[in-house]
Write a protein that binds this ligand. Structure first.
Ligand code: UDP
Ligand code: MG
Length: 312
């Protein structure tokens, strides 16, 4: 009896990518014909694009019934796109992939082999270098990965891309994490499973522009920390303890000095400095608590992660 071919779903989040979609599709069909042992389906996610992205996808759908799509009612972000894709994917294997060809399609075969022949649950990719990126951005990115791995249990790999090949079992466990504040890099690490890391040289995108500004990346990294670590919450206790000890030492010092030499009242400038510093620390700690509180607030609202306007 002939064994049934396994289905591999490819999730492609797209936001204003009208130029990249046709190029991407051409490249992928070449890869598909090189991998006859699998059946494929596309799950395009139109993340509320304002250009002709949805039209391009529908054109593909009209001539290729392996193409499916979900179109959001507005821009919900790539994380929501990934979640929608995982929910809709029917494959035994699932791949997440950018449409700008920064995730090299030729790696698909190697990823597939790692999972099927070497028995990994997931094959993930990372950039071997950060060529073509402003040095200051690379510096902050490195700092972020070092920090988050120190304070969180999720194993978050420097330079990891969202481009990965997963088994159905892993996909189902990711779907079980239905949190609203999604930080995929952390979620992938958190669910565990055996992951094979494949490196590749950074590639420039084929068309269009990146949607990530430095500020957006900064906010994203803060969200990652809040989502996967509660360590910042203990900063308040840490500073509190240090201040108490300093104050105690200071009090003893002043008391003894006053006993020995008497005390002319002085030190107004130093007083102001100390007060400003303490006020600063208190506000900082309140801000941190506020960040966690706001995330908790959003999470308890239990809002849907995305709203689909149209799907096929
Ligand atoms: N993307 C998305 N929603 C967004 C922003 C981006 O679905 O709000 C998609 C985008 O179309 C692309 C992928 O996410 O397929 C990666 O985006 P981008 O290339 O801008 O990020 P970079 O590769 O620079 O990290
Ligand atoms: Mg890109």
């Amino acid at each position: 009896m002939k064994e049934e071919k396994k289905l591999c779903s490819i999730i492609v989040p797209c936001y204003n990518e009208e130029e990249a979609i046709p190029i991407y599709y051409e490249e992928m069909t070449k890869v598909f014909s090189d991998m006859p042992e699998l059946c494929f389906e596309f799950e395009f996610i139109d993340d509320g694009s304002s250009d002709d992205t949805l039209e391009r996808i529908k054109e593909l759908r009209a001539r290729d019934d392996r193409v499916h799509f979900v179109s959001f009612s507005r821009n919900f972000g790539k994380e929501a796109g990934i979640y929608a894709g995982l929910e809709h994917a029917k494959g035994d294997y699932v791949v997440i992939m950018d449409v700008d060809l920064q995730d090299p399609p030729y790696m698909l075969r190697k990823m597939y082999e790692s999972v099927v022949q070497e028995g990994y649950d997931c094959a993930a990719t990372r950039r071997a270098d950060r060529k073509g990126e402003p040095p200051i951005r690379s510096f902050f990115a490195r700092m972020f990965y070092r920090l988050i791995n120190r304070i969180s249990r999720a194993d978050i790999v420097d330079g990891a891309r969202d481009y990965r090949f997963m088994t159905r079992q892993m996909v189902d466990s990711i779907l079980a994490l239905s949190e609203y504040n999604r930080f995929s890099k952390g979620i992938f690490g958190w669910v565990g499973f055996r992951t094979k890391w494949l490196s590749y040289e950074n590639v420039e995108r084929v068309a269009g522009e990146t949607k990530w500004s430095f500020w957006k990346l900064f906010v994203y990294s803060l969200e990652g920390i809040v989502a996967f670590s509660t360590a910042p919450l203990s900063i308040a206790s840490f500073f509190g303890l240090i201040c108490c000890v300093l104050a105690l030492v200071g009090a003893v010092f002043i008391f003894i000095r006053a006993l020995l030499f008497g005390d002319p009242v002085s030190g107004w400038p130093s007083m102001v400095c100390i007060m400003t510093m303490l006020g600063g620390i208190q506000l900082l700690c309140m801000g941190i608590i506020g960040m966690y509180l706001s995330k908790t607030y959003l999470e308890t609202k239990n809002r849907p992660i995305y709203i689909s306007k149209e799907e096929e």
